[in-house]
Design a protein around this ligand. Structure first.
Ligand SMILES: [Zn+2]
Length: 137
């Protein structure tokens, strides 16, 4: 249960039901989009991987799909981050996952704190777009 202060002053959280709907859209082949708080990205990523594994996809296939199809856009400054970059930010900024944790205001550190990677931008949200490449095109 989130405290009243976090609810009042923290970034607006996207309901789980909406994240699941987005992931359903992805599992059905997309396109789909959803706005999240940046601090919800790890939860989204974990849920997406679980869902796609349940569909019978292997890890390397999922990594490729995310790399090819996922784009994050900051709703405030318009910074674009592809799936590979989002994963790099997530892994690099997380001391539990990475030995290359960058301290001192780096982009992964900002991302791990739930902030837009652009230093002058105060956004705490990211709009995720799932745009699968058409096969054969
Ligand atoms: Zn931004």
């Amino acid at each position: 249960m989130m405290s009243i202060w976090a609810w009042l002053f923290g970034p607006r959280q996207t309901p789980d039901s909406q994240i699941r709907q987005f992931i359903d859209g992805i599992a059905e082949g997309g396109p789909a989009e959803c706005q999240l708080s940046i601090n919800q990205y790890p939860h989204f990523r974990e849920t997406l991987y679980e869902r796609l594994k349940a569909e019978g996809l292997g890890d390397s296939k999922i990594v490729h799909m995310v790399k090819d199809s996922l784009v994050g856009v900051c709703p405030q400054c318009g910074a674009r981050m592809n799936g590979e970059y989002l994963d790099w930010l997530w892994v690099t900024g997380n001391p539990d996952l990475s030995v290359v944790f960058v301290s001192g205001g780096g982009r992964p550190e900002r991302f791990s704190q739930g902030k837009c990677v652009i230093e002058w931008c105060s956004s705490r949200h990211v709009t995720l777009h799932w745009q699968p490449r058409q096969s054969g095109g």
